[in-house]
Write a protein of this length. Structure first.
Lengths: 645, 192
């Protein structure tokens, strides 16, 4: 009997694997309304070149790229505007030909609504490419391809915007065996990947071939949610040319498009939470990203445009291929404009996106979807109620977290506990918020807690650095003290050895130090005067010619600063803005300073007037004193010559 | 019977005592752990506002019971709370005598005015100032703790404190707040 049952179950299992792809369901997940249909009825449209393009330098995860252009430069389409700096960084390119008209801070599409550095390009309408060089990726060394890709500006276009060249590097310990193409697009409303697959499956597949080649992955799995039959069909048809590739449909369940969830769905592999998927030999790419890779290698085109879904409360929801930097209001207009009851705009999806601080921001590499929101589409949530510990959130959490606990800790600023409960594994998918019967905006609490923890960590790092540097400094001072004492002892000893008057050596040792200090003080006092005079003169010059360049810089040698001031003075004095009051003040100040310096010098001379002290002054200090002397006479002359006017 | 048990106990005591002695030697704790733990909480601004020449001396003073826990303005209220937790004493609000918490800022040298006297270098507790005698000096902003110790010695007053601006890089999500409004709400937020 048992054997029969075993045989039967084996048979069923075999049948299952043979007929359908294994789908390994992940924990939790929710079924929000898809709203995909609205924007898939029209093909991807090209938007005309706008009047201006604003390109934020911060469009990707990692370091800000280094600017390579200046205002007034004429650039061709695809020319590099800013170059990747550091490992994790990506270049920015001119989306069309034109002139750089501004490099300044402007509001960027970021939840903070804060301005950031942007390059503004005014297109000339010719849309002329720079000379493009396709790359024969099949016969080029891997490292060369990667460094070339570094200049392409391609980043993850699914929204994560992680620089792609890093994901394709080969220097990691474990080789990649499986390449997963993320085409799940699980977030409601967004359809840019769907439309891309329907219309450009061939190109995507070629991009996959390149990525597979670069990674050396034996297997390719393309995961598509089962709500996109057209895309699945197109991809399945095109993927015949790939070796060892399968197109797998996964059930529509949010958030199947999260990389770790998708890996689990397709391969049944749970990537440990402290590891990256590459550590278990899996790499994930978004379809739009591989398409960009293809365009780069096949035509030499860097990342200058992307597909954006414009949907929600607009007249004609549609996908658009737009140049990066296109103002979003233009996109809205192209989609028929937002309906009058629109309250705000969301970038990204309704689950993971954020409210745009203003519509007047440009399209960036991260902008996969812009949704016009209205109370009808997104009803304002009823007021939050206390948590009733129903644990529905825990049932919905795809990461197997305890959202109710995290909420508790985040709410009470108990950050250490929140971290212990793996707050940083939370992907901010919003499933918990979606199911919470108390309408608690859980994700907002997690975001708050995360950014607080990150800030605290940074502060701790800075404190540790400061502690280390302070310790080092104290140790150094201690060491220097010891060394000095040692030197003195040595000198005293050698003086004794040279049977020179030992008492003298002794007295020298005790007197030389205060003398040197005095001399130094005098030198500083003199320098102070000089700087004060300089500051005043500078202030005058500033007052005289506001808006022009800075006053004369204090150069390394003071000798050339004074003549400069003297030269600059006529400017200041001739100008009518010079008030008599300020002049009198200045003169009084300078005179006082000179008085002070004189007194100080006198004091210094008195205490150190014995011949053995001047012997003992180092050549440097002497030179310093001479120099100051010279400056002082010059300053006096200056005052004299200035007195008449 | 009685004797054997006494012997056994005695033997055990000796063996365990020896073990403890060895362990004490093997796992000897260097320095004063309490001072180190207090020091770990202090913000390391090294500003001296607490009345001690640095965070470590203040930590030592707290450990010795010479100083109160509420004398460090850069540490703020959170710092006092952490110290109170660590030491098992009552929280008390910051002592305003020692100054008030300020937003984090870094020093900035007006390089046109600097005379290169090196006085600020000597004052900086974390060596965050770069320069050579009679050459202009500059602050390594990433290493400046904002202690303001270099302001006073500068003979030409060319150092100023610049508050750190909020950028998209250091911007933080705010604690969720819900404005109470009469229905219908016209600027409702998306559940995200
Ligand atoms: S779903 Fe909401 S009410 Fe239920 S346990 Fe989670 S946070 Fe609390
Ligand atoms: S937002 Fe975080 S806690 Fe909530 S369901 Fe998603 S992963 Fe879990
Ligand atoms: S007041 Fe300044 S020196 Fe004292 S503990 Fe706080 S940061 Fe350190
Ligand atoms: S103390 Fe002032 S003048 Fe002297 S080196 Fe520092 S910044 Fe320059």
């Amino acid at each position: 009997m048992n054997t029969i049952i075993q045989f039967a179950s084996k048979l069923i299992k075999n049948l299952a694997t043979n007929t359908a792809n294994d789908i390994h369901k992940f924990h939790g997940g929710v079924h929000p309304d898809g709203h995909k249909y609205e924007s898939t009825t029209r093909p991807i449209a090209q938007l005309p070149i706008p009047q201006t393009l604003t390109l934020p330098l911060r469009q990707h995860v990692g370091y800000i790229p280094k600017l390579k252009v200046k205002v007034g430069d004429y650039v061709l389409k695809g020319e590099m505007l800013a170059e990747a700096e550091g490992t994790v960084s990506a270049a920015i390119h001119a989306p069309t030909s034109g002139t750089i008209t501004a490099i300044e801070e402007a509001v960027i599409p970021h939840p903070s609504g804060l301005p950031d550095m942007c390059v503004t390009l005014t297109p000339d309408g010719k849309d002329q490419w720079k000379p493009l060089t396709p790359i024969d990726w099949k016969n080029t060394a891997h490292s060369e391809l990667i460094s070339s890709l570094r200049t392409s500006g391609i980043v993850g276009l699914g929204g994560a915007t992680f620089p792609t060249h890093i994901k394709l590097r080969k220097d990691r310990s474990s080789a990649i065996h499986t390449l997963i193409i993320n085409a799940a697009e699980c977030e409601p409303y967004i359809t840019c990947d769907d439309m891309l697959m329907r219309e450009r499956a061939e190109e995507i597949i070629q991009g996959i071939a390149i990525a597979q080649h670069l990674l050396g992955a034996a297997k390719v799995v393309i995961g598509i949610e089962d709500n996109k039959p057209e895309a699945t069909q197109a991809m399945a048809g095109a993927s015949q040319s790939l070796t060892n590739a399968v197109v797998t449909t996964v059930p529509t369940l949010y958030p199947s498009g999260d990389a770790r969830r998708l890996i689990h769905l397709l391969l049944g592999v749970e990537v440990p939470h402290h590891k990256r998927s590459t550590e278990v030999g899996i790499q994930v790419f978004n379809v739009a990203t591989v398409l960009a890779i293809y365009r780069y290698f096949a035509f030499g085109e860097p990342s200058v445009s992307r597909i954006v879904t414009v949907t929600g409360n607009v007249t004609t929801p549609q996908n658009f291929e737009v140049l990066l930097g296109t103002p979003i209001p233009l996109l809205m207009a192209a989609a028929g404009g937002a309906k009058p009851d629109t309250t705000h705009f969301v970038m990204g999806g309704p689950m993971m996106g954020f409210d745009l601080p203003t519509l007047n921001v440009p399209v960036t590499k991260a902008a996969n979807c812009i949704i016009a929101a209205s109370p009808a589409l997104f009803a304002p949530p009823p007021p939050a109620q206390p948590c009733i510990r129903c644990t529905r959130c825990a049932d919905a959490c795809p990461v197997n977290l305890q959202p109710q606990e995290l909420y508790w800790f985040a709410k009470s600023d108990n950050f250490e506990k929140a971290r212990d409960y793996n707050l940083f594994d939370c992907i901010e998918c919003g499933c918990c918020t979606y199911v919470c019967p108390s309408n608690i905006p859980l994700v907002q609490y997690y975001r708050y807690a995360k950014s607080e923890i990150i800030a605290l960590d940074k502060a701790q790092e800075a404190a540790d650095l400061a502690r280390e540097r302070n310790d080092f400094r104290l140790a150094r001072i201690e060491r220097e003290k010891l060394e000095r004492a040692q030197k003195h002892a040595e000198r005293a000893a050698s003086a004794k050895n040279n049977e020179a008057k030992p008492e003298l050596a002794e007295t020298e040792k005790t007197t030389s130090n205060p003398d040197a200090v005095e001399a130094k003080k005098a030198a500083i006092a003199a320098a102070v005067e000089r700087a004060k005079a300089l500051k005043l003169a500078a202030a005058n010059i500033d007052a005289a010619k506001t808006g022009t360049d800075l006053p004369v810089q204090a150069e390394s040698t003071p000798d050339n600063t004074l003549p400069n001031i003297a030269e600059a003075k006529p400017d200041a004095t001739t100008s009518a803005t010079n008030e008599a009051q300020a002049k009198a003040d200045k003169q009084a100040l300078i005179a006082a300073a000179i008085e002070r310096a004189k007194a100080q010098k006198l004091a210094a001379a008195q205490t150190g007037a014995t011949p053995k002290n001047t012997e003992n002054l180092s050549a440097k200090v002497k030179a310093e004193i001479d120099e100051i002397e010279a400056i002082r006479t010059k300053a006096q002359q200056m005052i004299k010559s200035k007195a008449p006017d | 019977m009685l004797l054997t048990s006494i012997y056994v106990m005695l033997g055990l005591a000796l063996v365990l005592g020896a073990l403890l002695g060895i362990a004490a030697l093997l796992f000897k704790v260097e320095g004063d752990p309490v001072v180190a733990r207090i020091d770990a909480i202090l913000p390391q601004t090294q500003c001296g506002q607490c009345g001690y020449p640095g965070c470590k001396p203040y930590a030592t003073a707290i450990a010795n019971g010479e100083a109160d826990i509420n004398q460090c303005p850069p540490g703020g209220d959170a710092g006092v709370h952490a110290l109170a937790d660590l030491l098992g004493v009552e929280y008390k609000p910051l002592n305003a005598e020692h100054g008030l918490p300020k937003p984090k800022s870094v020093a900035f040298i007006d390089e046109a005015t600097c005379i290169g006297c090196t006085l600020c270098i000597q004052a900086c507790p974390v060596d965050a100032i770069l320069g050579a005698a009679k050459h202009m000096h500059t602050i390594i902003a990433s290493e400046c703790t904002g202690c303001e110790l270099c302001l006073a010695p500068c003979p030409v007053d060319c150092i100023s404190m610049v508050a750190l601006a909020e950028t998209p890089d250091n911007w933080k999500w705010k604690y969720p707040v819900f404005p109470i409004k009469a229905l219908p709400v016209d600027s409702g937020k998306v559940p995200s």
